[in-house]
Design a binder for this molecule. Structure first.
Ligand code: UD1
Ligand code: CA
Length: 537
């Protein structure tokens, strides 16, 4: 037990962090078993260092499509509904163990302190958890494309054939680096030879070991103890269990993976990008088959937990992340990044960045809008160009069309917020709240200095700095009165083009003095001037 620390923490239900920041994908609670019989254990090897990733993050925690590599593998493993889900952690064991427990509460994490090889890793599991009679599946945490169905087929074949070991193999165009599958004269599986130990003839074989197996648990427990280290890498090879079992007279076999993509391992970031594209492509294909239009799958990225409604349309350059939900008939993109955002039916979002936002049915957002956490856009509302919202509710049918910041506010229904309005929510120390009622007209360039309320049906005059509440139906005017210094340009800039234009206008305007007098009178009482609450629309 000295090199072995059993972490094996069986966690209670409360392990999923409940912080304000949603975490990367967690496996669904309910999983349906993909095959009979039920394996006693699935062991996921994740102790390797991943040097070629050149990363501070352990290799198996690198994400693709919103879930760590480890998460993808645990998700597939969980679908087999094993009695024990086991992760072998070594490098970065604390982080890997914590992520395993977050994803799959109840997982057994076994620590492998020295990397003695894949056989050593499995031996550590058996020393920690005991002999597991039944079918034991072993796979790698850096093989994230392996499907649950493929694991299920492996288990089924293993059980039906009554094998001691069944190896998942693949035919690949470039077998370099893999263990080669050696077959006997009758075509049966004879042994697996690692590349470092292979003869030139064996290296020419294009059928390779995926690294995923089904074992008889009792035979495995016995065989891993007998694995030698007399090989090129001085390691305990799990692959040697094949020859050991066969030598003992037990039947062994192989299942060829139909899709070699599935056994693609990730050792560096080039391979990470390749598997990410495959994973993304699978998700997009599934959504297209479910009735979603994706105009350019090569330029569209979605996470595993995203859901898309029927007839939704996703345009190029769109990234849908986290638990984003897109309603039926909604049109997203081009050029959108949505994270943990809900979009209602038939809404449109164009060139926008939205995080933890809610967009109601038929609402439109963008182009060039930013919805920060807590932005809730009501049905049919419109958020326009260069508008930012944070922790703000916008009622049904309300428009915030241009150049506006709305922070910490509730805006009622069918109101209009004029261009360049700022909800001034921060006094340098604390955030304050603004309430705007229904059918309100906020004039362009209004500063609403929170805390402040604008009642139902009220207007504000353009350019106002509103520091006091505006009662329902009132016009709030809060700006200095304009003063015109008559003839100033001709005095200050005589002979200039402006002075010339002014002189010509003065000549032309002489007969029209009556109209100007009327306007001067109206400005003395702003409340009688219907133009004051002028809107940007
Ligand atoms: C292994 C197989 C090889 C197969 C290939 C497929 C052996 C001896 N060889 O070779 O036949 O074609 O995978 O990718 O098994 N790991 C541990 N603890 C260890 C060593 C490895 O947990 O002590 C984990 C690694 O994190 C990794 C996996 O096991 O996820 C495979 O280890 P790696 O060293 O990459 O094996 P390969 O040499 O690629
Ligand atoms: Ca490898």
């Amino acid at each position: 037990m000295n090199t072995l620390a059993i972490v094996s923490r069986i966690l209670s239900a409360g392990v999923t962090p409940e912080g304000p920041e949603p975490q990367m994908s967690v496996l669904p609670k309910e999983t349906c078993r993909v095959s009979e019989p039920r394996p006693v254990a699935v062991i996921v090897l994740a102790a390797g260092e991943g040097t070629r990733m050149k990363s501070r993050i352990p290799k198996v925690l690198h994400p693709l499509c919103g879930r760590s590599m480890l998460g993808h593998v645990l998700a597939a493993a969980a679908e087999l509904d094993p009695q024990h889900l086991v992760v072998v952690a070594g490098h970065g064991k604390d982080q890997v163990g914590a992520e395993a427990e977050r994803l799959a509460p109840g997982v057994s994490v076994v620590v492998q302190d020295t990397l003695g090889g894949t056989g050593h890793a499995v031996r550590m599991v058996i020393e920690a958890l005991g002999v597991m009679p039944g079918i034991v599946v072993v796979t790698y945490a850096d093989m994230p494309l392996l499907r649950a169905q493929t694991l299920g087929a492996l288990v089924r074949e293993h059980a039906e054939a009554g094998h001691a070991v069944t190896v998942l193999t693949a035919r690949v165009s470039d077998p370099a680096g893999y263990g080669r599958i050696i077959r006997d004269a009758g075509g049966g599986l004879a042994e697996i030879v690692e590349e470092a130990d292979a003869t030139p003839e064996q290296r020419a074989i294009d059928e390779i070991n995926s690294g995923c197996y089904a074992f008889d648990g009792a035979l495995l427990a016995d065989a891993v103890k007998r694995v030698a280290t007399s090989n090129a890498q001085r390691q305990e090879y799990l692959t040697d269990v094949v020859a050991i079992a066969r030598g003992d007279g037990h039947p062994v076999g192989a299942v060829l993976a139909a899709d070699p993509d599935e056994i693609q391992g990730v050792n560096d970031r080039v391979q990470l990008a390749q598997v990410q594209r495959v994973c993304n492509g699978r998700l997009l294909e599934a959504w297209m088959r479910a009735g979603v239009t994706i105009t350019d799958p090569a330029a569209t990225w979605i996470d595993v937990d995203v859901t898309l409604g029927q007839d939704a349309e996703i345009l190029p350059g769109t990234h849908l992340e986290g638990r984003t939900e897109i309603g039926p008939g909604a049109r997203i993109g081009p050029g959108c990044l949505l994270r943990d955002t809900t979009v209602g039916p038939d809404a449109t979002v164009l060139y926008a960045v939205c995080e933890r936002a809610e967009i109601g049915a038929g609402a439109s957002v963008g182009p060039y809008a930013r919805l920060r956490p807590g932005a809730r856009i009501g049905p049919g509302a419109h958020i326009g160009t260069f508008v930012e919202l944070k922790n703000a509710t916008v009622g049904a049918g309300t428009k915030v069309p241009h150049l506006t910041y709305v922070g910490d506010a509730d805006i009622g229904e069918h109101s209009n917020i004029g261009a360049a309005t700022v909800f001034v929510n921060y006094d340098g120390a604390a955030k304050h709240h603004t309430t705007v009622g229904d059918h309100v007209r906020i004039g362009s360039d209004t500063m609403l200095v929170a805390p402040v309320q604008v009642g139902d049906g009220a207007f504000t005059a353009a350019g106002s700095v509103i520091t006091d509440d505006v009662p329902p139906g009132a016009l709030g005017v809060a700006r200095s009165r304009q003063y015109n210094s008559a003839g100033w340009v001709e005095r200050r800039h005589p002979g200039s083009p402006s002075a010339g234009a002014a002189a010509r206008a003065r000549q032309a305007q002489r007969p029209a003095r009556k109209g100007r007098a009327q306007k001067d009178r109206a400005q003395k009482d702003p409340a009688q001037n219907d133009d004051e609450g002028s809107q940007g629309t």
